[in-house]
Design a protein around this ligand. Structure first.
Ligand SMILES: Cc1ncc(COP(=O)(O)O)c(C=O)c1O
Length: 360
């Protein structure tokens, strides 16, 4: 009876498929929780800056956080080189994606979803009753046919497009040339740079020339604080002003705020871990390349690698790894069948992955 009060598009909504907790995985695969190796969420296996916990001792937990995010935005301004009024932080990049839909979109507006990509774009669009039009990347190298994409945008009068660069799960970058072509259209363009620190490529410099460009970043991956939920947006100040209207006033809790500030102050200390991940990624890519004629890695500019295996091998390998406590990401999309995405773990974790794969 309660269903008659619930919006139809919510009744139709499929639940987002998040990564399972270690506890749940341990129960499901009859493992000891401490043996679980999480290579399924692109988390940083080395964790945060070493001094982070000590920095929390000064926090006043009884006081609400700064709704205006002044200290945090000052730090982000110094880090990004953009003006403070072009920056706003969110509870993960996820919250900012939701704010974008809230500000710019309504029921029946169109999102062209350039697939395969991060699932939250279409999930959050569905959650407000938008029309999601799928647009496939070229499955050989995951590049986008810009001519075709432009006509898809025009035909559907699409309101917004999200272009992750590097893209998750494919790992490839968006070229500046392709981005400019889309920016010249009448559409809001969100470049999601959640993996920026692993490649150093950014579109933030184009914000001054294109009012319709929004850049998203995150502390979840490079900074090793996914659990604290913090990300930020770079955009022109009119967009940022409107995010301040729709975001929850105290969206960044005091711990996340402090963590982000000390992470930025000590970012040089985190660089060696980023470099270890990148070096291990190259080693793993070569390993998959040489493993067998039925295994192929796609090039990646992020902290993960998408690998394609021979027909029906993906699920088999997923299960073999899972039985050893190693969890990678599998996919239900048709064009990612037989693909698995491996987050790059520590050197020891990757040794274990290779050992299991070699046994195959
Ligand atoms: C492309 C992309 N954007 C955004 C996110 C979410 O980031 P956050 O943890 O900051 O919400 C992810 C997480 O996997 C991602 O891959």
């Amino acid at each position: 009876m309660i269903n008659k009060f619930i919006n139809q598009h919510i009744l139709d909504l499929k639940k987002y498929d998040p990564v399972d907790s270690d506890k749940k995985l341990a129960e499901q695969f009859r493992l000891d929780e401490k043996d679980i190796i999480r290579l399924n969420a692109n988390e940083n296996p080395y964790g945060p800056w070493a001094g982070i916990k000590n920095s929390f001792s000064e926090i006043k937990f009884n006081v609400y956080p700064d709704s205006n995010q002044d200290l945090l935005r000052d730090s982000l301004s110094e880090y990004t080189g953009l003006d403070k009024n072009q920056i706003v932080a969110g509870s993960g990049a996820d919250e900012l994606i939701e704010c974008i839909f809230k500000i710019f979109c309504k029921k029946n507006d169109v999102l062209v979803d350039v697939q395969p990509t991060f699932g939250m774009y279409s999930f959050l669009a569905d959650s407000i009753g938008m029309k999601v039009i799928p647009f496939d990347r070229n499955s050989k190298n995951w590049e986008i046919d810009i001519g075709k994409l432009k006509s898809e945008i025009s035909i559907n009068s699409a309101k917004v497009i999200f272009l992750a660069s590097p893209n998750n799960p494919t790992g490839n970058l968006l070229s500046n040339k392709d981005l400019k072509e889309i920016l010249q259209m009448d559409i809001l363009v969100v470049v999601d740079e959640t993996y920026f620190e692993f490649c150093g490529e950014t579109s933030a410099g184009m914000i001054k020339d294109y009012k319709n460009l929004i850049v998203l970043r995150s502390f979840s991956k490079w900074a090793g604080i996914a659990g604290l939920r913090i990300g930020y947006m770079l955009a022109n100040s009119e967009v940022v002003d409107n995010v301040f209207k729709v975001k929850q006033p105290y969206n960044i809790n005091v711990v996340a705020e402090k963590a982000a500030i000390v992470t930025l102050e000590n970012r040089l200390d985190l660089q060696p871990n980023i470099e270890k991940i990148l070096a291990e990624k190259e080693k793993f890519r070569n390993f998959i390349n040489e493993l067998a004629e039925w295994s192929m890695p796609f090039p990646s500019d992020a902290n993960f690698i998408l690998c394609k295996f021979a027909k029906n091998r993906g699920e088999f390998i997923f299960n073999k790894l899972a039985r050893e406590g190693i969890f990678v990401r599998s996919f239900s999309n048709e064009n990612l069948k037989d693909c698995l995405r491996f987050t790059i773990g520590t050197i020891d974790q990757m040794k274990k992955v290779k050992k299991v794969l070699l046994k195959l």
